[in-house]
Design a protein. Structure first.
Length: 430
């Protein structure tokens, strides 16, 4: 490997085809970086590790948990990952690593092993089998976390410069995945790698990118005004880091999907939530981006279609027919009770008061709905290749995936849907 090759990228690549070799490579990395001689090292495969790798090992009689997030071209990027101290100093509950490397291409966190479940696992069980008592406990934990987050957002909200906005690593989850990392040109990055020139297979319909990207969706009778291609281009224009200083900056985790959140049973049956893996944390995170990943990946990515496509394909129906320049889709996919409850908590206890604070301080852009929508749209489309057969999606789950993405990015021309109702709920003027 040359000097710019990312060792974490190579380990992640090898892990897909030869686990034992990847584990040996990882043990060597831990020895080089931290002088830790790992034993019983095991890579943990789960449905949430879309862009990361995690697992367990022992060293000198202690048990540890490791995790690293890895982006394409990471070894050429500037800026620093894993700033857990920013979150802790702001008063947010965050698990602090015992060892950490922020070297480009070798960025990894080591934690003492915990027995607590991740919040994602708790919620998945509630998706499968609803338990009103456990759901109430989980929703209360989410509400308490939202209260803490809102207090930090209000305390840390401040005007930011274009340079400060652009320097935040959170853009690697959005804009940077739309462009070529070397030339900075659009289209590029994951967008081009995943979709351009590719074939899209849906139940009974097969399309090339040039066709698919221009067709309008009609989902359960509601026509959406923007095509997939138009939404990607709009995101490239509006989510450019240079244009996101207009909504101020806050201290934020930025990537708080619930596989990065511990669920700890407290006294009296009350549970508490705490963050880990703050790969994209920052002190000047554009305020409108701060909660986007958590909102989409903890709510609209469920039940099942993003992380468990096989289950979604069994549980939900999705059919398509082409009519001229439209794709007519019928699907019975919907949020489960726990996800609907989480959405209400996010809307009422975090998003709406945050937007009210932005408005009061003249930091709420007139097109805030578009900014939020486009960021929500990029969450599923660029976190993994949504095409059937490219990774784990089936034709049915791929169709549901693109429907949810379109609903996130574009309002329907008539009627309302879950995302439109969410935006109405958080509108400080409604």
């Amino acid at each position: 490997m040359n000097e710019k090759t990312s060792r974490t990228a190579e380990i992640r690549r090898i892990a897909r085809v030869e686990q034992s070799r990847a584990e040996r490579m990882l043990a060597d990395l831990l020895l080089d970086l931290f002088a830790m001689r790992a034993s019983d090292l095991r890579i943990n495969y789960d449905q949430y590790s879309l862009n990361s790798l995690n697992g367990f090992f022992s060293c000198d009689g202690e048990d540890f948990f490791f995790k690293f997030h890895q982006e394409e071209g990471e070894e050429d990027m500037t800026g620093e990952y894993y700033r857990a101290d920013i979150l802790a100093n702001a008063g947010l509950p965050v698990d602090q690593p015992v060892h950490m490397s922020v070297l480009p291409g070798e960025q990894i966190l080591i934690y003492r092993r915990r027995n607590d479940p991740r919040f994602s696992d708790v919620l998945r069980e509630l998706d499968l089998t609803d338990d009103p008592e456990e759901r109430t406990r989980a929703i209360e934990a989410e509400r308490n976390l939202s209260t803490k987050l809102l207090a930090v957002y209000r305390e840390t909200l401040h005007p930011i410069s274009v340079d400060e906005a652009a320097a935040e690593p959170i853009h690697r989850l959005f804009y940077e995945r739309l462009i070529d990392p070397a030339t900075r040109s659009f289209p590029g990055g994951r967008f081009a790698d995943f979709y351009m020139g590719k074939t899209f297979r849906f139940p009974g319909v097969e399309l090339g990118w040039d066709e698919f990207s221009q067709l309008k969706f009609v989902i359960n009778g509601r026509r959406y005004g923007s095509s997939i291609g138009e939404l990607f281009h709009a995101a490239y224009v509006r989510l450019s880091p240079s244009r996101l200083a207009d909504n101020g900056g806050v201290v934020a985790h930025g990537d708080a999907h619930n596989a990065n959140v511990w669920y700890t049973a407290g006294s009296g049956g009350k549970a508490q939530l705490s963050f880990f893996d703050p790969a994209f944390a920052g002190s000047n995170v554009p305020a409108l981006l701060a909660e986007v990943k958590a909102t989409f990946h903890n709510i609209f990515a469920h039940p099942f279609w993003l992380y468990d496509p096989a289950i979604a394909s069994r549980m939900f129906k999705a059919s398509m027919r082409r009519d001229a320049d439209e794709l007519h889709v019928e699907t019975d996919w919907k949020l489960t009770p726990v996800r609907s409850s989480l959405l209400e908590v996010k809307a009422k206890h975090l998003w709406r008061p945050l937007l009210g604070e932005l408005k009061q301080r003249a930091l709420l852009p007139d097109d805030w709905r578009m900014v939020v929508r486009l960021a929500l749209f990029l969450c599923p489309t660029l976190v993994m290749d949504l095409r059937a057969g490219a990774r784990s999606h089936t034709p049915a789950s791929s169709l549901i995936a693109f429907c949810v993405a379109v609903m996130a990015g574009s309002p329907p021309e008539h009627g309302s849907d879950d995302i439109g109702r969410f935006l109405d709920m958080i509108d400080p003027e409604s």
